[in-house]
Write a protein that binds this ligand. Structure first.
Ligand SMILES: Nc1ncnc2c1ncn2[C@@H]1O[C@H](COP(=O)(O)OP(=O)(O)OP(=O)(O)O)[C@@H](O)[C@H]1O
Length: 332
């Protein structure tokens, strides 16, 4: 939680200008984007370009976050964090406040996106997230504080981006920052040592959070409770094995989890198409019988049969479209 001193010192009303003491850039503050324990993030504008500016009174935390962003920017094609633009100090009423400026990531938070588009998107977004996690893990890091608030789904590309790299920890060390619901230690399912499985546990809980926006508290056996929650929700049931493996640390890496989710998604799309075909077959046969006795309905029947094909075609198109959007997001 943010302390009062930080709130008072770093509070900047829209329209104010933050001028860098060393580089001299003048950022016009447009609005507050959000705040965390270490600072307030503003949407700002410089020479007609938007940027996110994080202002703090804690030089150490700002430096550490910046170092992580710098490390991420060296990873080619990475969607891990926003790119770092510059760092400077702002002298406000005699107090020096450090800030850094990063790429503004425009979009909805993960949960807002799922709420608007529906839970069928969870799997597709997880594929993207796991690709980013794999890159991060390969570089020897663990994201740590993985939760929907730290994930933005960009528009119009529908790409998942991680923000708030403050919890990112070198593998083997103790997790720096965590949020109970996503923390395997809280659920009694492992330690707080930074390893790949720590993030995969949190990724599974992100999927659960998409179906339980209010979250829930631990009562008794953590694994049993989580799996019971999965069973209750129809949209989570196809991912039962994936979630169970992730929360019990049985994935060696993010790619294994990704492959399993890919399997669920392709089974689901095949299942949808073939069950529609079966329904159409049964429907046609039954109707043919009836037709022998009711000749005048022939035209209606032909129309309905056509409607069945149209329905199948539409479904195939929707599934293909979802994949196309996903692939587009991967390439961008
Ligand atoms: N680059 C960015 N682009 C768009 N919005 C951002 C960006 N960085 C941060 N935000 C917004 O600002 C909010 C606060 O960011 P911050 O990094 O301080 O988050 P936090 O997770 O609460 O931090 P902390 O770990 O310091 O407590 C985020 O939740 C997000 O809504």
């Amino acid at each position: 939680m943010m302390n009062n001193t930080l709130r008072n010192q770093c509070n900047v009303p829209p329209g104010s200008v933050i001028t860098g003491k060393w580089n001299g850039n003048r950022y016009r503050v447009l609005k507050e984007l959000g705040f965390g324990a270490n600072g307030i993030v503003y949407l700002a504008e410089l020479n007609g370009q938007f940027a996110a500016l994080k202002l703090s009174n804690n030089g150490m935390s700002i430096t550490s976050e910046m170092n992580i962003l710098k490390a991420f920017s060296k990873v080619q094609g990475s969607a891990l964090g926003p790119s770092l633009l510059e760092a400077d100090d702002w002298e406000k009423s005699g107090i020096i406040l450090p800030f850094y400026v990063m790429e503004y990531i425009k979009g909805d938070s993960f949960l807002e996106f799922i709420k608007a588009k529906g839970p069928s998107w969870t799997g597709v977004l997880m594929l993207q997230l796991l690709t980013s996690l794999e890159v991060l893990h390969d570089q020897g890091w663990v994201f740590g504080d993985l939760k929907p608030e730290n994930l933005i789904v960009t528009t119009p590309a529908y790409k998942v981006r991680c923000i708030d790299v403050g919890g990112t920890t070198k593998q083997g060390r103790s997790i720096k920052e965590f949020t109970e619901f996503f923390d395997r230690g809280y659920w009694g399912l492992g330690s707080r040592k930074a390893d790949q499985q720590y993030d995969l546990f949190a990724a599974a809980l992100v999927m659960i959070n998409a179906s339980y926006p209010k979250r829930f508290q631990k009562k008794g056996d953590g694994q049993k409770q989580i799996m019971e929650a999965v069973n209750v929700k129809a949209e989570l049931r196809p991912y039962k094995n994936v979630i169970e493996k992730a929360i019990t640390g049985r994935y060696q890496n993010a790619n294994q989890m990704r492959q399993d989710i890919m399997g669920v998604l392709s089974r689901r799309s095949n299942g949808t198409v073939s069950s529609t075909r079966q329904t159409n077959k049964g429907y046609t046969k039954q109707k043919r019988q009836t037709l022998k006795n009711m000749q005048p309905q022939t035209r209606t029947q032909a129309k309905k049969k056509k409607g069945g094909f149209a329905e199948t075609f539409l479904l195939v198109m929707i599934v293909s479209l979802l994949y196309a959007i996903y692939l587009y997001g991967q390439i961008m």
